[in-house]
Design a protein around this ligand. Sequence first.
Ligand code: ADP
Length: 337
Amino acid sequence: MLRATANPVDRRGVATGGLPTRTAAERAHRVVEVASLRKAYGTTVAVEDVSFAIDEGEIFGILGPNGAGKTTTVECLSGLRVPDSGTVRVLGLDPQHSRHAVRESVGVQLQEGSMPPKLTVRELLDLFASFYTDPLDAGELLALLGLTAKRDDYYKGLSGGQKQRLSIALALIGDPKVAILDELTTGLDPLARRETWSLIEGVRDRGVTIVLVTHFMDEAERLCDRIALIDSGRVIAIDTPAGLAEREGGGNHMRFHPSRPFDDALLTALPEVDRLEHEGDRIVVSGNGDLLNAVISALATAGTEAKDVQLESATLEDAFIRLTGHPSGNSDEGGER
Ligand code: ADP
């Protein structure tokens, strides 16, 4: 019955949303669709033009420097912000027209400042559970997040890592189909970060689609199936972490000492080689594909051998810096915000 009233709105929204036409099977697996999203705060254009789609069961990263428009984008997904233009669909629903249904299905990790300090862990979970028709069992969730021993502690007495885990628990208590996690591991120590990553993988394995906002390369590289790289309110690339690193990171580098001198053209003529540089008596070749074997074979034809070979693959961080012109702000300790 509830669906009977919700569907016409949703169908109308999907039909008029300006999104590409898809088959029913494709739509069933597409959990989030954002097309030409724009949002300004007064004269500050936070999101200029953002489009992406997320499939069921993905961990989808929204990566970008501070101020890129990441939080504003996910706030539009969860219905917390009204877009100026563009289309947002979550589970086929428009978060503005179907607020209740979207809130039931989407869990959002809130930032630390928004919690009442004098409620206990259990009271907070019970409070959040009361917002949903069919919440998860709070005790089981506490066990899953390693917070059982802290259930009667006040929020304000928790450590940074415990607060972070509780915020994840609060995002999951409604048994959401989609969880939006914003700056998941900011402020956590290296061990707690790794534990949190394993936890998120466990949540995904339970069937939850995860939208992960981050400005940490290592986190994105480790957790995300795909990443939308956002800068100045625009998507500048969407790919897997490895795909982005390979495509945009400037290729691989091979350093070696040649056993005897050779003509640079021997290597620069190879399709795998983009660049050759001399670093003292060392040679550095940069390129793509099977660079190592191509270089070694070519050197062999000239009676030369590569000694002390070092290989460096392009990283997501290389891609980030090349695409955005910003340093990544990556660190094991988390950053500001
Ligand atoms: P990110 O999450 O990538 O750091 P945000 O979406 O938070 O980016 O912010 C994008 C831009 O919008 C920034 O310039 C930020 O200062 C501005 N901004 C964000 N929220 C507000 C707001 N409530 N009022 C005014 N400007 C805002």
